[in-house]
Design a protein around this ligand. Structure first.
Ligand code: DGY
Length: 316
């Protein structure tokens, strides 16, 4: 068997197939299937999903590996340091999923604050008896502060969206920079984390999961938010302590929670399933046809570049 590219998925669109025309030794096999395990020692490039964590012992087996391409912008499921030491290139998909992910964060924010899923369930139940003055009252956003954790492309794209709703974006990032941040249509202040939490009616997470952000939003941090605040997480489970968020939702300290990502996903603490004011999505951040096709294209271009570069400078 000859394998250069070992992918766990055909990806969306034609890009992987096209790459396979240039580099025909392409195998698509499910993650950790017997076929995948057998091909790992032969592979020069792996394509994995964000739900398929690799370890350093995989690298020990993958003796010909030149690149790991992940069909995601997040790289927290990869042994980054070990790859760096071994000269294995990481290819990911920054840029192309910025707008789609900011859109899903906005969708969650509106769904939580305007009680969209509760309203839809009421209509579908057939038990809606008609308009009422106090029916499913939500929370307005105009004029309120939106704390944004992360000042990268997705954080800025989300700021643009909430700014259009009349909110005031406020940024914090891992480097704890101060000053202001130009997010396109406007300029927003940066603040220390505690100040940002104290001021935020909405808190939205847009930073990667790293040792710095792991557990960043624990119970104490969430208690710094004003009563009734809404928390949105489209970044990664592990940044937000979901159990603390649920307790604080139940106690009324938080007014709503919108989640697209979870610690240990797809397994959820069953308490989430019955928690009112929580809107739960199955990690849909980048899930548009256009975005997933663009991610595949970027990934395949990255792999081709690694192969071409490696031809010039063989790994030793
Ligand atoms: C990614 O690609 O890392 C995002 O989580 C997609 O939603």
């Amino acid at each position: 068997m000859t394998v250069r590219i070992l992918s766990t998925s055909p990806l969306v669109g034609e890009s992987l197939q096209e790459l396979g025309r240039d580099f025909p030794e392409l195998l698509i096999a499910s993650f950790r299937s017997p076929q995948w395990n057998a091909a790992l020692p032969l592979a020069e490039a792996l394509v994995v999903m964000l739900s398929e964590p690799l370890s350093e012992s995989d690298l020990d087996n993958a003796i010909h590996l030149k690149a790991i391409a992940t069909y995601s912008v997040g790289v927290n499921h990869l042994p980054l340091e070990a790859c760096h030491r071994r000269g294995i290139r990481i290819v990911n998909t920054p840029g192309v999923l910025t707008e789609a992910t900011a859109d899903i964060a906005l969708a969650l924010l509106l769904a939580v604050t305007r009680r969209i899923t509760e309203g839809e369930a009421l209509v579908r139940s057939g038990s809606w008896t008609g308009w009422a003055p106090d029916q499913l009252l939500g929370t307005g956003l105009t004029g309120k502060t939106c704390g944004i954790l992360g000042s990268g492309a997705i954080g800025k794209a989300f700021a643009k969206r909430v700014w259009a709703l009349g909110m005031r974006p406020l940024f914090w990032d891992r480097e704890a920079r101060d000053g202001t941040l130009d997010f396109g249509p406007g300029v927003a202040p940066r603040a220390p984390l505690k100040d940002l939490l104290n001021a935020s009616a909405v808190l939205s997470l847009h930073c990667p999961l790293t040792p710095t952000t792991q557990g960043l939003l624990d119970r104490d941090a969430l208690l710094e938010l004003p009563k009734g605040s809404v928390v949105i997480n489209t970044a990664r489970g592990g940044i937000l302590d979901e159990s603390a968020a649920m307790d604080l939702l139940e106690s009324g300290h938080l007014g709503g929670v919108g989640l697209d990502v979870y610690t240990g996903e797809p397994h959820l603490d069953p308490r989430w399933l019955n928690t009112p004011r929580a809107v739960l999505l199955p990690h849909l951040g980048s899930a548009t046809t256009e975005t997933r096709a663009a991610m595949a294209k970027l990934l395949c271009e990255g792999i081709a570049t690694v192969f071409r570069t490696a031809q010039d400078t063989p790994r030793c």
